[in-house]
Design a binder for this molecule. Sequence first.
Ligand SMILES: [Zn+2]
Length: 403
Amino acid sequence: METGHKTKLALNVEAKRAWDQTFRLMSWWDSDKVAQARVMVVGAGALGNEVLKNLALLNVGNILIVDFDDIEYANLCRSVLFRESDIGKKKCDVAARRVRELNPGTRVQAINGDLLIDIGLGVFRRMDVIIGCLDNRLARMYINRYSFKTGKTWVDGAIENLAGQLDVFKAGKSCYECQLSDEEWKIIHYRLGCPDIAQRNTSGGKIPTTPISASIIAAMQVQEALKVIYGNEQQSMAGKHFKYDGMHNLILQYDLDYVQKEECVSHETIENLIEAPELSADNTVGELFDWATRRFGDERPILHLDYEVVLELTTEKSNITYPVLFAKPHFSDAEQQRYRKEPGENILYSKVVEHGLHKDNFPHLTASLRQIGVPPLQILKIEAGGSYHSVELTGDESFLEFQ
Ligand SMILES: [Zn+2]
């Protein structure tokens, strides 16, 4: 057993060495840099498939795939990593398996989750670059916020029909949120209003795309991601906008006339980060408060969340009250259905704790942080001793496990 494992390991190391020998003929290629890189790919659809294929072929060492969708028949015509026998399986899991098949030297982790609520800022912090392969503005806005908060550059791609576009968003050079038009904001607000997280975080309609536009834009996304990994700012597309029109064979690239908007919240960064290896998302809220009291000498620390925590629900027509405990963004349509006594009746949030939780307004001190919607490796905002502190749940470090 031991010997077999060692042989496999040795083969992997050997394979890794031989894999990129052709690339090494290019004088600028840095095998180690690429092999050590950590890249997060958000979305494993048409663009995501092509991005992942390229990352694997290029021997990028550590790839994190985030997606919550299942594979459907309609995906197959644009997804090089999926087969008919994969229908019904999670996109992230199948994509991870295929990436490993393509290049056994690459380590992959799949997270079946939603970027908006399931990925801690500590995960972003540990990445070299983030690649967005999304079909909706809301998720793009959140990638932008989380990336900028942790000082990361992200590469966005979008495709429709035979066309596509690409942006590299880097703080100080460009910002997805700053450049949103009033019309786009309207769509985002509408999406935020959707009670169901799955509905919120999709395009809301089928966008016609082809494997051709996907492969062109995805290839450029990976090229740009490599520049970020290399720290090559000079050749980077950051601050520029790239457009491709396959119907008329047009390629357009121009400098963005970028002005940072004062009201844009994407530019809030994490200052004075405290890594707390003794804390994880499995700790209780009470344990977190006790930790903060010991650390900051404040008897009533406040945990600031970006969302409300719901403590009680009431059905509007049948007027039944349920004590509950969950993060408001996690309340899916399917969940709501469980509480309805009459068809289609509204479910009211009759008791919520707004963004600041403390011992006096939050009775569930034995609930875990996870139960109130805190993902592993999150960076929490704690108010104590008259100031705000950024505290990372560093105890979740093993959550990131590339295999
Ligand atoms: Zn901005």
